[in-house]
Design a protein around this ligand. Structure first.
Ligand SMILES: [Zn+2]
Length: 108
């Protein structure tokens, strides 16, 4: 599975993702940033699929504005936020899990 599209809708600050296996997802900037997988945001423990909340007190409006996104190899995307934070590498499985978590939230 590889990410083939990562497009931002500037009106809603939402990202449209498409993968080569046909999986499509919508993720808000808020969702992405609040679930930043980097060690600084997610804590000392390194656990796959751990959804520890970000340190919300450190987040400002610019924290939810994406400066740029960069592919890392063929397994992840690195997001550069306008507050200078850029250590989060979002791998495909993590993005997919975040998206599916979105769907669960909407259904409940
Ligand atoms: Zn982070």
């Amino acid at each position: 599975m590889t990410l083939t599209q990562f497009k931002r809708n500037p009106d809603t600050n939402t990202f449209h993702l498409e993968f080569d296996n046909g999986f499509k997802a919508e993720l808000t900037a808020e969702k992405l940033r609040n679930n930043c997988p980097c060690a600084e945001c997610s804590g000392e423990e390194v656990l796959l699929y751990k959804y520890a909340p970000a340190k919300l007190k450190d987040l400002i409006a610019e924290s939810y504005q994406l400066e740029k996104a960069q592919m890392v190899g063929n397994y992840a995307i690195q997001l550069f936020w306008k507050d200078g934070h850029n250590t989060g590498l979002y791998n495909w499985d993590y993005l997919k899990d975040l998206a599916l978590q979105n769907i669960d939230t909407h259904n409940s």
